[in-house]
Design a protein around this ligand. Sequence first.
Ligand code: ZN
Length: 490
Amino acid sequence: VKQKLIRKVFRGVAILFVAVLLGSGPAACQTNRTTGAQQFNMISMDQEIQMGREADREISESMGIYPDEKLQKYVSEIGLSIAAKSEWPELPWSFKVIDDATVNAFALPGGFIYVTRGILAHFNSEAQLAGVLGHEIGHVTARHSSVRMSKAQITQLGVGLAMVLEPRLQSIAPLAGAGMQIMFLSFSREDERDADKLGVRYMAEMGYNPETLIAVMETLGRVSEAGGEERLPQWLASHPNPENRQENIRGHIKDLGKHDFRHNDDPNEFLDKVDNIVYGGDPREGFTRDGVFYHPKLKFSVKVPTGWTVINRKQAVIAVGPKRDASVQLTMSGEKSIEAASRKLFGSEEVQGSGTTKTRINDLAAGIGPFKVKTEQGPLDGTVAFIDYDGHIYQLMGYSASGNWAQYRETVNDSLRSFNRLTDPKYLDMKPMRIDLATAKGEATLQDFYNEYYKGVNAAVSIDEIALLNQLEPKSPISAGTKIKMVKAP
Ligand SMILES: [Zn+2]
């Protein structure tokens, strides 16, 4: 059940990494099977697989797998066929489409690879998908993650949450698991060059024309320029600066020599695969409007303090204060009763407090109480509320550094006590936008086509966004019969 929120709140950050680094690894200097280079690597491939498995579970739970079996199977088949021809065919390769609007693709050590539905919407052919998968496979086979970890760049791993929370608050944040950390591990420029080179090689071996990878780079560059928070191209955060990359790719292609690119991509075949996929944020999974966070699927609403930012994940919803020094987080406790949830929280070593007091929050049975947590960076103060709703115990925790708590307590408690059932059909029935494949009837420019498509209705997205999705410009000529990805409002 993809909706299932997970229960672990107190989770050691990167325990696995520390264990691996302190443990007896294999001889540190190894010859890389894929690149032939001598590498300082204290992590064995078996350990990489173990790390990848653990992180894969976290990422799948936190970000959610896009619920479209046919699309999953399609992406998986292409990925597996490329991986089978790589230097590491024996890895437990897996390829998943993540239910996320951002334009992103990433790889975990051991062969766990993800593309978002957001990036799929931006591809125009199977070769483009194969190119990105090949690049990510390259990161795995060249073992970039483990080399990076072995160089003790563990400090970099904090990037994910460090961007949004001050360090001492991170210690009890629910997204601090090792998996989310690896996801934000960024590669060096050399790593990217290696991965591009391997991607080109893998594409050519499969008969895809690697030139298409250049179009992908262009599109990703354009997405990044277009910006917008919802579509923040995380791909670029973990894949540094593509400057000169297109040129380098051309060089790699030249080095390949003559090749027979037998995959003569019919773009329409690929476009049919992404027709009707969800586009942009999916309101059914939660959205914020006028200072309230609504979750239509779980049927609850909760007030967001004014000026706070909401991070919505499947396993947790976190609101962060403007100064990043206070947070309210909502998770499922996983316990069967308020008493059990409270006992569990206050029974843990780090947490001090005398438990929760019985109360009602908007007519729901609840327990609420103050707590303190000692962290390495100093003490935290907060309020926790457990709410019994719809067969689940919701855990809402608001906290800040003890020194700041007086100024946040009221705001936080107000938010905790605003938790309520959501019954308004206006919110319960919200639906997402979807990609809609439309066929041009005559000669026109993309702009003409756009005007015609949205004639008499509010355009769901701008012409620039449609141009970006189709790797075209507004003034690009469209011939009759061409299929164009449009975006349909619900
Ligand atoms: Zn990369």
